[in-house]
Design a protein around this ligand. Structure first.
Ligand code: ADP
Length: 486
């Protein structure tokens, strides 16, 4: 099945200055369906020169119609795009599901979330104000919130629609002109979105999309001297390159780099309520979620019970083709399947397997399927308890008391999200303060979700905040005006 037949845009073209054009390289990048391994299409391979052209187009947009578009109208444009995304949610979900292997229901949720980001930031576009500041007699002082100018957005393959929504939505709301570089494994929804933005009437150059490889297109975008802010979601290794480039250009950068996030389960937990989330917050997107709860810290007194009950849930988990809406779909690529499989092999050498899920017998042999694995009694310093796996693997670690839980939870290089499961209100508050993370969930856990909730990490999980109102401050800069008038 070739996907190109069902598209409303040509995926071999890139989008610059309101025009679809051929990318700099004649060679295309194949699009594989992770559920079958089949090549189902191709996308264009952009070049560094395409990035230059996109930045020039974005600068022109800032100087032209887009730069003059009032905040209320930017909000309306985002709202219109949101409506169009909703009306095409099924098609977008199908595209994403086929491109990255997400079960359809998860891809549908991603499409709705893309619309939610556009609604949220559309509604906020005209509500971010400067302030007046009491100063000396004879002065009026005020601040202006202004766009950075040209913003670069480098996004990964795990939640393309959601991440482009949160990043592009907030940046456009504040009046920036964006250059978007989607991941080479998952570019279709970004191109589809560019076509939607054009149809919604977004002025030329406000959004430009250049597909291609990270080493050329991503590097050209993050090192470009005329890009005034870079937002990146992806691996720590690439994040370092982005930050180095931003340092050379002295521009701000937002980095969201993943994590090794814990569920912390105390012995007074309502286990019936917690159980689906204890497993689901890692299995969503087959564990390929920055905020996946991949460590499960359980207080000693209920450790065996939680282990037994989680194992029961694992026993029922089914992995299969994305259209069939199994609990888990395939991983995005053969490369990712190899990375995750190596971690599982490593774990099986010296850890106890508490449970495994199943790959459906009729799943196509060429698909990137990995059965989920729960490891028990894992030492907090084991590689599987320290390194981000980005696959359907959880480790269980027992702990004694609050102090022990905090020590273990804070004992990795990462600090993105933590879940605390306890009915004790005082403990909830103490834990929330002591955890070195960007988000704490108490008696719930929102892997990947929460349009309204500021999101980002500490440590190797990165810095800066996306999502929520907070992102609007990151995607704008403050100017202080001091007027002396006597
Ligand atoms: P992964 O290895 O899981 O694909 P990456 O962090 O490499 O994770 O990818 C996230 C995004 O960063 C993708 O869009 C990718 O193309 C891009 N990218 C990869 N290498 C670079 C680089 N050197 N500079 C800028 N962007 C890059």
């Amino acid at each position: 099945m070739k996907i190109a037949n069902s598209l409303w845009f040509d995926p071999t073209m890139i989008y610059i200055g309101g025009q679809w054009r051929k990318p700099g390289h004649a060679d295309t990048i194949p699009v594989e369906n992770p559920s079958t391994g089949e090549v189902i299409g191709e996308i264009g391979q952009g070049s560094a020169a395409d990035v230059d052209a996109a930045v020039v187009a974005a600068e022109a947009a800032m100087e032209g119609e887009w730069g003059r578009t009032p905040a209320v109208e930017r909000g309306r444009l985002l709202a219109r795009m949101a409506q169009m995304v909703l009306s095409r949610a099924e098609e977008l979900a199908y595209l994403e599901s086929t491109d990255v292997g997400k079960p359809m229901k998860q891809a549908q949720a991603d499409a709705v979330n893309l619309a939610r980001y556009l609604e949220f930031y559309g509604g906020a576009a005209d509500k971010v104000h400067g302030t007046t500041i009491p100063y000396q007699e004879g002065f009026t002082v005020y601040t202006l919130r202004e766009p950075h100018g040209v913003t670069g957005h480098i996004i990964p393959w795990n939640y393309p629609m959601q991440i482009l929504g949160r990043s592009i939505g907030a940046a456009l709301a504040m009046g920036n002109a964006c250059v978007l570089k989607p991941a080479e494994d998952a570019s279709l929804s970004s191109l589809a979105f560019a076509a939607i933005a054009a149809e919604a009437g977004l002025p030329a150059g406000a959004l430009n999309v250049v597909t291609g490889y990270g080493a050329e297109v991503g590097a050209a975008l993050s090192t470009h001297p005329d890009v005034h802010h870079v937002s990146f979601t992806g691996s720590v290794a690439t994040g370092r390159h982005i930050q180095e480039a931003a340092a050379k250009n002295v521009v701000p950068v937002t980095l969201e780099l993943g994590g090794k996030s814990p569920h912390i389960v105390f012995d007074d937990v309502d286990l019936d309520a917690a159980l689906p989330t204890l497993v689901g917050a890692c299995m969503q997107a087959a564990g390929q979620t920055c905020s996946a709860a991949s460590r499960v810290l359980v207080q000693r007194g209920i450790y065996e019970e939680v282990r037994r009950r989680m194992a029961e849930v694992y026993g029922g988990l089914v992995v299969g083709p994305a259209p069939d809406n199994c609990d888990l779909g395939p991983l995005v690529s053969k490369k990712q399947k190899d990375i995750v499989s190596k971690f599982i092999e490593l774990g099986k050498q010296d850890l106890t397997v508490a449970a495994e899920g199943k790959i459906r017998d009729d799943a196509p042999a060429g698909g990137n399927y990995v059965a989920p694995v729960l490891f028990a009694d894992v030492s907090p310093d084991h590689r599987l308890a320290q390194e981000e796996i980005f696959g359907p693997v959880q480790v269980m670690i027992p702990f004694e008391d609050e102090a022990d839980a905090i020590r273990i939870a804070n004992g990795t290089e990462y600090g993105l999200v933590a879940g605390v499961w306890t009915r004790d209100g005082g403990r909830q508050m103490r834990m929330a303060r002591k955890l070195n993370v960007g988000q704490v969930f108490i008696n719930n856990y929102g892997a990947g979700g929460g349009v309204e909730l500021p999101f980002g990490g500490v440590g190797k999980s990165g810095h800066g905040r996306e999502k929520g109102f907070e992102a609007l401050y990151g995607f704008s800069r403050l100017k202080t005006v001091t007027a002396q008038h006597g």
